[in-house]
Design a protein around this ligand. Structure first.
Ligand code: FE2
Length: 429
């Protein structure tokens, strides 16, 4: 199998064609498109959004995406929720889950999607839903069109081959993928099984955070985001199932030509992937450490400046050198709500219990911080330079309170005695 090709740069205006001459020059919608293709525009923002926020891509394809069989209600995706609702009590306790196991019946990416916590609504165009996918089958000739939100994938186990209307990307644990709202895609497995976290973002599209005094370089650099090049499936690929998600409901259309029939495209509404190993980590070289916002990879703004609909934050390998400093995260209560997962290794605020493939949730104003063992170890440690290595934790941090799903609250891995991990705290002598 040939390695895939990519083009680089977050937010770039890309142009890609699978054969020379397919992409119109100097206009978007010529009277007749080369190759007998149809022009189709996919808008990711309102037409009139400010220029620096505007997202859209022109596609040149064998058939416009309106050519499908009618959809009827889809019975799958039974554990995928989209609306926080008010049905389930949200205890003001720290919450944690053991790694999520795969379901008894092998599922693909869509049917294996299990919602863990939701804090928004597609119709309100705000908030996010957090899921874990537990997949043991490729989607094959099934495509998903999520009209409700863009999808940020954080693979934890097993590589993925993601086919989109813009082309194909391979994404491995340690990398993340961002898939635009409304763009058809499918997920095939590169290993026997796959598990990972998803932030389904109903709000403003994720973008790179402002850097302020950091300057023009650092954190996630735009050039390290990779987008695919135009690649269509052969015309002979038929009999596709297309699952559409709209207002939290799922709809199935069968017997369609492949939706991956785009031979050329240009625009900035594109899927992309990013290797977190490229994240340039900034921290203290004197004392204390900055707020964890210094680890923000991508941010989805809300209508209040500086108060994110969702920040995607990673805790990658890094050096700790602070003098006279308690180096793990401090104890705190946060007006923002924090959902965390662990891709691999160990998180420095917890000695045990927070494991790869598991999760924790510390909602707004819920006190949390290092467990007793981590505190006692860190407060006694010799403060020599220390490398935190072989670790990748992450956080979806949101201004909106997360409501855990029934699946999460009833899960056998829900840790009812998580609170005990702090009970060993006592005043140091
Ligand atoms: Fe926190």
């Amino acid at each position: 199998m040939n390695p895939l090709s990519y083009q680089s740069g977050f937010g770039n205006l890309f142009a890609s064609e699978s054969a020379p001459g397919l992409l119109p020059v100097g206009r978007n919608s010529p009277q007749r498109v080369a190759g007998g293709l149809f022009a189709e525009l996919l808008s990711g923002t309102a037409f009139t959004a400010a220029r620096h926020h505007n997202l859209r891509t022109w596609m040149y394809r064998r058939l416009p995406s309106v050519v499908t069989q009618p959809a009827r209600a889809y019975e799958g995706a039974a554990h995928w929720l989209s609306d926080a609702g008010q049905g389930l009590a949200v205890p003001p306790n720290p919450m944690r889950w053991a790694p999520f196991g795969w379901p008894a019946q092998a599922c693909d990416f869509v049917d294996g999607m299990h919602s863990l916590a939701v804090n928004g609504s597609p119709q309100a165009q705000s908030g996010v839903a957090v899921h874990v996918y537990l997949a043991e089958r490729s989607m094959g000739r099934t495509a998903l069109v999520n009209g409700d939100g863009e999808m940020l994938l954080v693979p934890q186990e097993g590589g993925l081959r993601i086919t989109t209307e813009c082309g194909v990307m391979d994404v491995a644990p340690g990398e993340i993928a961002l898939l635009p709202r409304g763009m058809a895609f499918k997920v095939d497995l590169l290993a026997a099984r796959a598990r990972g976290y998803v932030c389904e973002n109903f709000g403003a599209a994720f973008r790179l955070p402002e850097l302020g005094p950091i300057g023009s370089n650092g954190l996630a650099n735009a050039r390290d985001f990779l987008s695919p090049v135009a690649a269509a499936e052969p015309e002979t690929v038929q009999d596709y199932r297309i699952i559409r998600k709209s207002a939290g409901q799922f709809w199935l259309s069968q017997g369609n030509p492949t939706p991956f029939n785009v031979l050329a495209w240009h625009g900035n509404l594109v899927p992309c992937k990013y290797d977190t190993a490229h994240f340039m980590v900034i921290g203290s070289i004197s004392f204390d450490h900055p707020d964890p916002s210094i680890f923000t990879v991508l941010t989805s703004a809300s209508d209040t400046p500086g108060t994110a609909n969702c920040d995607f934050v990673i805790f990658p390998p890094r050096w700790l050198v602070g003098e006279d400093t308690f180096r793990p995260p401090w104890y705190h209560r946060n007006v923002m709500s924090e959902f965390m997962g662990l891709v691999h290794g160990q998180y420095d605020a917890k000695e045990e219990g927070f494991r790869p493939g598991g999760a924790s949730l510390h909602n707004a104003m819920v006190p949390h911080g290092p467990d007793s063992d981590a505190f006692h170890k860190a407060s006694q440690a010799e403060l020599k330079p220390q490398k935190l290595d072989h670790t990748l934790a992450f956080m979806f941090e949101s201004r909106y309170l997360f409501r855990p799903s029934p699946f999460a609250m009833n899960h056998e891995g829900f840790e009812a005695d998580y609170w005990r991990c702090w009970q060993g705290l006592n005043r140091p002598a």
